[in-house]
Design a protein around this ligand. Structure first.
Ligand code: SF4
Length: 249
């Protein structure tokens, strides 16, 4: 195989301080960036911190920013990166750095825990209800999520605004709220908490999350906009509001 020398500019540091450090590393034909980072570890800096697991785009571990774009390093072919300039590799910017390319993503797990779980009618047993195929398909699309958190990383609401993290769950978790709200057998009304606890109103549907999703989930069109429509129904339609008060829906 043909090899070339890749120039990498890798962020090295920890929660206190860090800097971009230049390296020259061999890159072989057909390799992805994660291969080259592993070679860097093996040949020059054994202490380079990189999180990874499956190397097949399914575990969601090797999220980082490559030339400023949130991406999975195992799915980024070297052949798609410009050869004539240094490739900048930095940790996800939205989350606190632990070391080098590894972030502390526990914010995401905290948000996940706050979402009230699936709530079917009391007494419903498995197999009791039938769902339309389109409802099944919707959940299936959302469940392709590998929790790489690239959508959370790119989202401008929290990317440079630490202060918004408390009030905003991010696209991945608003998608989970939407999945449950749109589920025909879920009895909980999640419209108020979408807005009040998970910050749906912060989202101005710029679709940055959809663009970076490695699973090509249409987060904005299929999860966030339908959730916004239902929240708007409840807020601004007086009949819907009255109906909800007297128990019609
Ligand atoms: Fe990653 Fe897509 Fe899931 Fe967001 S929705 S965490 S980008 S797989």
């Amino acid at each position: 195989t043909t090899a070339r020398t890749a120039r990498l500019r890798v962020w090295r540091g920890d929660s206190g301080a860090g800097e971009l450090v230049d390296y020259e590393v061999e890159a072989h034909e057909g390799e992805v960036l994660l291969d080259v980072l592993h070679r860097l570890q093996a040949t020059q800096c054994p202490d380079l911190a990189v999180r990874w697991n499956c190397k097949a785009g399914k575990c969601g571990s090797c999220s980082m920013e490559i030339n400023g774009r949130p991406r999975l390093s195992c799915m980024t072919r070297m052949s798609t990166l410009p050869l004539d300039e240094a490739i900048t590799v930095t940790p996800m910017r939205t989350f606190p750095v632990v070391r080098d390319l590894v972030c502390d993503v526990s914010y995401n797990y905290e948000k996940a825990r706050q979402i009230p779980s699936f709530t079917p009618e009391a007494g419903t047993e498995p197999g009791d209800f039938r769902m339309m195929q389109q409802d099944v398909a919707r959940s299936q699309e959302f469940r392709k999520c590998i929790e790489c958190f690239l959508c959370q990383d790119v989202c401008h609401v929290i990317r440079d605004h630490e202060e918004n993290k408390e009030a905003f769950a991010g696209p991945r978790f608003l998608m989970r709220v939407s999945e449950l709200q749109l589920h025909p057998e879920d009895t909980a009304d999640r419209r108020a908490i979408s807005q009040d606890e998970f910050g749906l109103g912060y989202c101005n549907i710029t679709k940055c999350c959809t663009e970076v999703c490695p699973e090509h989930i249409k987060i904005t069109d299929n999860a966030l906009i339908p959730l916004k429509e239902r929240v708007a129904d409840r807020r601004y339609d007086p009949l819907v509001w009255l109906g909800s008060k007297i128990g019609l829906r």
